[in-house]
Design a protein. Sequence first.
Length: 172
Amino acid sequence: MNQLQFEQISLQLRNIATGYARRYLARADDVDDAASDAMLRLWAVHDSLRDTAHASRLSAVVARNISIDMLRRQRLVSIDASEVPTSWLMRQQSNDATPESQLEWKEDEQWLRQRIEQLPPREMQVMSLRQTERRTNEEIAAILGISKESVATVLSSARRKLFNQIKERNRK
């Protein structure tokens, strides 16, 4: 494909790249960065593109891979004590709790945050969308571009890991 042909379909290719990036990335800036990066990579190989269909398929694959790489490089959710509101149970306990029990609750909450941060990125992202943002499985599936059954499986796996860690901690 020559330069003129590439320029003629570049808007179409960018739309494809943007659509695929949007399936994986939440922030609009990240989506735009991924689409731009995909277009740069396509331009680098535009001489080897056979036709519009080949360029379209490659645009989708490149945008998908760039988006996944971006997700792997960043922590999707930063759970910071200043960002997370105090849990309902913690607020209920603090009204009539002793300083020792309040400290114990705070330590437990911090321990749990650390375990959540240690989950694989996909599990941590699904947990955050479900527990923090209160999204449904259908909404999470649409955001991440996976099936709602996959969302349920990932969520179940993350919860099971956390539950087992809590059981192990309570045995000690």
